[in-house]
Design a protein. Structure first.
Length: 172
């Protein structure tokens, strides 16, 4: 399997697992605020989707994210997250879960199109993550860790918050 196919399949699997974990979560369940420092299902999902949009479009592709272009005003979020600590944003966020789901599908399709267009020369490149204190990261590692791994981490958080509500988290 070539590297581009591997990255595309990895992201397809990450997105599928995340969406499976969300499952049939209702808007009320998604907005439920857990105790302590944990964030709601909706806030985790929103953070993840906006982050992927920003990471792939702005940092990897060097263009504006969908939330500032084709999906502007269509994200389903009362406000967009800021870089850094997003806990205060998560507590005040309101989400139209259906619109956020449509935005997520657009982000996933955009990520796949970005990956499908990569050349072997692109795969030898790096992504500058100095804004997060990491420096230059090889593009394949960036996709596996900061994009796909991020999806996996938030799928776990979403599963836990659903479990706290007595709901099934991970898909069976």
């Amino acid at each position: 399997m070539d590297t581009v196919t591997l990255l595309r399949e990895y992201m397809k699997g990450s997105h599928g697992y995340l969406e499976g974990t969300l499952g049939d979560t209702t808007p009320e369940q998604a907005q439920w605020p857990p105790q302590g420092k944990a964030s709601s299902v909706a806030a985790n999902y929103a953070h993840l989707v906006c982050s992927e949009d920003y990471l792939v479009n702005t940092l990897a592709a060097g263009k504006a994210p969908l939330f500032a272009t084709t999906m502007e005003g269509k994200t389903g979020l009362s406000e967009l997250p800021q870089l850094g600590d997003w806990s205060a944003w998560a507590r005040q966020l309101t989400v139209d879960l259906s619109a956020l789901g449509a935005y997520a599908q657009a982000v996933y399709a955009n990520t796949d199109a970005f990956l499908a267009g990569l050349t072997s020369a692109d795969l030898d490149g790096t992504v500058d993550l100095s804004i997060f204190g990491y420096g230059a990261v090889p593009l394949p590692l960036f996709i596996l860790t900061f994009v796909g791994g991020h999806a996996a981490m938030h799928a776990g958080e979403i599963s836990c918050v659903k479990g706290l509500q007595g709901l099934r988290g991970y898909p069976s």
